[in-house]
Design a protein around this ligand. Structure first.
Ligand code: SF4
Ligand code: SF4
Ligand code: SF4
Length: 368
């Protein structure tokens, strides 16, 4: 199992204004850094494959080779299992499972899920991972209490011997120190590459991938599980800060309809029509990556203080802003009309510049 990174999904690749550092902050061995090109980079030899970054990344940019949380989910249900022990049931840290995965597991399982969150010993600063796991469980339980009578229990479980697998992760550092066994030139070359910082650039193929709108698998899973759940008799409103993986928003009157937020939203939660006359928002598609807030120059897009649980069961598309779109009398292009002459901002600027030149020329003629 090793860490993989899809640069096209990372919000930092979408915009240099992104301030996301979730993967950097969770890494227990501090191997993930933000490189000079503003994109995460890591040193494979230092990575302990705990999966902490996999669990926290809102857009699923990080993954562990050979591990799919969705496959794990269905296998877990098929085996009629309800207990999860770190490094035994998942072969990585349980913090690989996001809040959405935990809610989905709890809702889909007939028996209450029991998690042993006390055997956290992945290496490095494992307190970070354990705290993340506990925070994920707490958030999942908080949301579960609003939508069902299910809860996730935390308790110490006995190790399940039949599931224990000897991990034979090679210590690549020992290859490099030449104290370990250098089995082949290929192994040595691989170890050297693994010991270097792996950076990720953006080429033309990556740009095409960045433009694609993608809803993460964990969101699709949660959405399909919620569709099979009975609706609560009443809907709670949760404080915005109590839900980490989605949000509701509003846009204030300072919005200039610059189009940036809905053009770059990685999931398509923010969208417009073919005339760019509205800004629509689907809360169930939002992954709270914060990118739309980071890029909005006038700070017009804001988080709504409460998240309405009703969105989980009766998803709606809300119109956050509506604009008066007119055709410019000068160039014929559509633009956001805010009053006065029917001229787009570009033609207005050009006209102002022409006027200034004309006035300057007149002044110079008068001085002669
Ligand atoms: S989007 Fe994911 S990979 Fe990119 S900076 Fe945020 S957490 Fe890291
Ligand atoms: S909300 Fe901000 S980023 Fe979005 S269109 Fe309005 S001004 Fe631009
Ligand atoms: S609406 Fe904003 S916070 Fe939500 S997914 Fe889109 S860019 Fe991210």
């Amino acid at each position: 199992m090793h860490l993989e990174f899809d640069v096209t999904s990372c919000v930092r690749a979408t915009s240099k204004f992104s301030e996301c550092t979730k993967c950097v902050d969770i890494c227990p061995v501090d191997t993930i850094v933000i490189a000079d090109n503003n994109i995460p980079a890591f040193t494979p030899a230092d990575c302990i494959n705990c999966g902490g970054c996999v669990g926290v990344c809102p857009t699923e940019s990080f993954s562990l080779s050979g591990f799919s949380a969705i496959e794990f989910f269905f296998k877990f249900l098929e085996e009629d299992n309800n207990e999860l022990v770190c490094q035994k049931d998942l072969y990585s840290c349980l913090s690989t499972l996001s809040v959405e995965h935990l809610i989905s597991l709890a809702l889909a399982n007939d028996k209450p899920i029991i998690i042993d969150a006390f055997k956290c010993n992945c290496g490095g600063d494992s307190d970070k991972l354990q705290n993340q796991l506990l925070a994920n469980i707490e958030e999942a339980n908080f949301i579960l209490s609003s939508i069902s009578d299910k809860q996730i229990e935390i308790k110490s479980l006995e190790a399940k011997e039949d599931k224990i697998e000897e991990t034979t992760t090679p210590n690549r550092r020992s290859f490099l120190s030449l104290k370990g066994a250098i089995k082949s030139k290929k192994a040595f070359d691989e170890a050297v590459v693994a010991d270097e910082l792996k950076e990720f650039g953006i080429d033309s193929i990556a740009i095409a991938g960045i433009k694609e709108k993608r809803i993460p698998d964990k969101r699709k899973l949660l959405f399909s599980i919620l569709k099979r759940q009975p609706k609560p008799t009443h809907y709670d409103v949760l404080a915005e800060e109590d839900i980490s993986f989605t949000s509701q928003k509003f846009i204030d009157e300072s919005c200039t309809n610059c189009q940036i937020c809905y053009r770059i939203c990685p999931t398509g939660a923010l969208s417009s029509d073919n005339k760019f006359s509205v800004i629509n928002f689907d809360a169930l598609m939002c992954v709270k990556c914060h990118l739309c807030h980071d890029v909005c120059e006038p700070n017009s897009i804001q988080l709504q203080r409460g998240f309405e649980i009703k969105e989980f069961f009766e998803p709606t598309q809300r119109k956050l802003a509506k604009f008066n779109i007119k055709r410019c009398n000068e160039c014929g292009n559509y633009f956001t009309y805010t009053g006065g002459a029917v001229e787009c901002p570009r033609c207005r600027v050009e006209e102002e510049e022409a006027m200034e030149l004309h006035q300057n020329a007149k002044k110079m003629r008068n001085q002669e």
